[in-house]
Ligand binder design. Structure first.
Ligand code: ZN
Length: 489
């Protein structure tokens, strides 16, 4: 749709030589196989290109790489686990700066309940470091075995425990950031109160590598859960799910950790395509909720709480069936149904995906209205509306009609974006709830983001990265040579 960023940059050979001098030969990779891991979005939606992958081993080396690239006017695309879902980490020319070698835990302070980690720590390792200190780092995502904390913070990741603990932004107290001019901002204070001016930390969280490169963070820890109960609930529809959610929020209070929504079509595809997946309830239901309670108390009697709330809801006709478990194996089996929704959908042909949020009061109406509008626009289309219902965040995915040609379906990407995003916007919602903007939402932002907010974003970008070298073409469309905003249809 637009011209792409040129692959060749004047002076690129001199830059590569300089990077080799800074990092050593082994940490500046230019081979096709080395680049392959870093230039492609994991679902294959975007195929980028890069001059090299630079692998610094320290903050000082990150800063030196950025300084060299800035002098040569060559773009730098910071990358963690490259698990993002919006094309934000895909380079279109320039240098990929991999944070993978910055993977040390720098400090643990159990009394302050903080953990200071480098950006390249894998999320699972961060969780384990917190657990080793007897505490909890609650950020949890399907990709936690390979995504890295720097990327989680740069994209303000959400996940399945946001309801209780907040998203990544709410889980960080301090940051260390390499700026576009190569200076290092040391903001690694582990303070819960600091009222000394502008919220710089929050500028970088969610900036998707366009304002600075996060190299380390002070993370907030929480008491570890000592009791847990999980319920899988069959419901007549989203309206009843919303009624059940509000009852649980009132009765369970802070013990309510997750309230995830799954439609019958979701259960069907997981049972069809995920080996070993187990049917959660005897019968079929239009909708399901996966609900989790946890408490730092051993004797919290969470099963009793579930039985009381679900029992009343059953009598009132809100709930059709439910199973409650305190067993770790059964809990894992229930969460497996939820976690396999995204990847099993690909076996049903092409899918067009949306990551949206609306006020929680609107979430049932959104699912109804958006499903009906898409079905009216294409008979046979199969909506898969699932996800973080308790946050008002629905992954509104559309599977192609059975038998339709995949390419013909994906060619309608923008048509369905418009239908779904218009409904979201009319409900006061957001077109990106937790995945970010990257490339996929960049041009959608022009349609839905408040123009004054967009102007402020451009001013911030110009102030912090006047040369537009940090992840150019992502989030904001700046300059003439832009990477594509949409995957090839
Ligand atoms: Zn999600």
């Amino acid at each position: 749709m637009t011209a792409s960023i040129p692959l060749a940059h004047p002076g690129q050979e001199a830059l590569l030589a300089e990077l080799r001098a800074i990092l050593g030969e082994a940490h500046v990779r230019t081979g096709e196989d080395d680049l392959a891991l870093h230039i492609r979005e994991e679902r294959g939606l975007f195929q980028g290109r890069a001059l090299a992958v630079a692998r610094p081993g320290s903050t000082e080396e990150v800063a030196a790489v950025v300084r060299a690239a800035a002098r040569a006017a060559v773009p730098v695309v910071a990358q963690g686990g490259n698990t993002g879902l919006v094309g934000g980490g895909v380079p279109y020319g320039g240098i990929v700066l991999s944070l993978a070698r910055l993977n040390r835990v720098r400090a643990v302070d159990p009394v302050n309940a903080t953990l200071t980690v480098e950006a390249g720590c894998v999320l699972l390792d961060v969780q384990q470091a917190a657990a080793a200190a007897g505490l909890l780092f609650p950020l949890s995502l399907p990709s936690e075995g390979s995504c890295r904390i720097g990327g989680n913070l740069a994209t303000n990741a959400g996940g399945t425990a946001v309801l209780r603990y907040g998203n990544a932004r709410e889980l960080v107290l301090g940051l260390e950031v390499v700026l576009a001019d190569g200076r290092v901002w040391n903001g690694l204070q582990g303070l819960r109160k600091d009222n000394t001016g502008y919220a710089l930390r929050d500028l970088f969280v969610g900036s998707e590598g366009t304002l600075g490169i996060i190299t380390a963070a002070v993370l907030k820890l929480f008491p570890a859960p000592k009791s847990r109960a999980t319920a899988f609930v069959g419901l007549p529809g989203p309206e009843q799910a919303l009624a059940l959610f509000t009852r649980l929020r009132e009765e369970a209070g802070a013990t309510l950790v997750a309230f995830e929504y799954i439609p019958q079509f979701g259960i069907d595809i997981v049972l069809r395509h995920a080996p070993g997946a187990v049917r959660p309830l005897a019968g079929d239901h239009a909708a399901y909720a996966l609900v989790e309670l946890s408490s730092p108390r051993q004797d919290a009697k969470l099963d009793d709480l579930f039985e009381a709330v679900l029992g009343t809801a059953l009598e009132d006709g809100l709930v059709e069936d439910a199973t409650i478990t305190g067993s770790e194996a059964q809990r894992a089996a229930l969460w497996n149904l939820r976690e396999r929704l995204s990847d099993t959908q690909k076996f049903e042909g092409g899918s067009i995906k949306h990551d949206v949020s609306v006020p929680v009061s609107q979430v049932a109406a959104f699912i109804r209205e958006a499903s009906a509008a898409c079905e009216a626009a294409m008979p046979g289309i199969r909506p898969l509306a699932f996800g973080h219902f308790g946050d008002g965040n629905i992954h509104f995915n559309l599977s192609q009609p059975v038998g339709m040609e995949k390419g013909a379906f994906l060619a309608r990407w923008q048509v369905f974006n418009r239908i779904v995003h218009d409904i979201v916007h009319a409900m006061g919602g957001s077109i990106s709830a937790e995945h970010g903007v990257g490339l996929i939402k960049r041009d959608e932002l022009l349609l839905y983001k408040d123009p004054v907010a967009l102007d402020l974003m451009h001013r911030l970008k110009a102030a912090l990265d006047p040369g537009n070298i940090l992840n150019p073409g992502k989030v904001l469309a700046i300059g003439d040579d832009l990477p594509p905003a949409l995957p090839p249809g």
